[in-house]
Design a binder for this molecule. Structure first.
Ligand SMILES: Cc1cc2nc3c(=O)[nH]c(=O)nc-3n(C[C@H](O)[C@H](O)[C@H](O)COP(=O)(O)OP(=O)(O)OC[C@H]3O[C@@H](n4cnc5c(N)ncnc54)[C@H](O)[C@@H]3O)c2cc1C
Length: 150
């Protein structure tokens, strides 16, 4: 039994989970893809990491006008992408650690809201709201075409 079930571990979901965990609630955070959402895995972080490399390269090309000599300045695209992947995976691990510290339970899978249900079901597990859950929250199931929702 849990107090709160959050669908999606993007910035909105993981921040809510972190705060609810700190407040002592029991929480399940359900993510169908990668923890961190668009921001961490495809948007803000990867784009800024790539942009930083591009900015440094652009500056390096202008070194001579500042009387700085740098020979053979070149871009290694695959190394830049590897660095970006490393930054993202390091942050993802850090985020998972933070959530664990806040007692947030992670579940992998897509959740769906079903009207007038009180149980969240996934392939591996069935999760129920505790009595503390607000009346307005309904049940969930992992897959709209499955019969696992209760
Ligand atoms: C290229 C790019 C650059 C960006 N740069 C910036 C920036 O510099 N600064 C900034 O503030 N914002 C930036 N953004 C916007 C930022 O990424 C979003 O505002 C932010 O990710 C929104 O967070 P969210 O948690 O609402 O949604 P999302 O990040 O989209 O997370 C939603 C999560 O929920 C999961 N999910 C969805 N449905 C279900 C379900 N039914 N069951 C389980 N899981 C589910 C998804 O897999 C996803 O992981 C950028 C976006 C892009 C595309």
């Amino acid at each position: 039994m849990y107090d709160l079930i959050i669908l999606g571990a993007g910035p909105a979901g993981y921040y809510a989970a972190e705060k609810a965990g700190e407040a002592g609630m029991s929480i399940v955070l359900v993510e169908k893809s990668l923890i961190g959402g668009i921001c961490l895995n495809e948007g803000c972080i990867p784009s800024k990491t790539l942009l930083h490399s591009a900015k440094l390269y652009k500056q390096a090309k202008k070194f001579t006008s500042f009387r700085i000599t740098a020979t053979d300045v070149s871009l290694d695209i695959s190394a830049i992408i590897s660095r970006k992947d490393k930054v993202v995976s390091t942050l993802r691990r850090g985020l998972a650690f933070t959530l664990k510290k806040c007692n947030v339970i992670m579940e992998t899978g897509a959740g769906f809201i079903l009207p007038q249900k009180t149980t969240f079901s996934m392939c591996r597990s069935k999760i129920q709201f505790s009595k503390r859950a607000p009346d307005g929250l309904h049940g969930f199931r992992a897959n709209p075409s499955s019969n696992s929702g209760r």
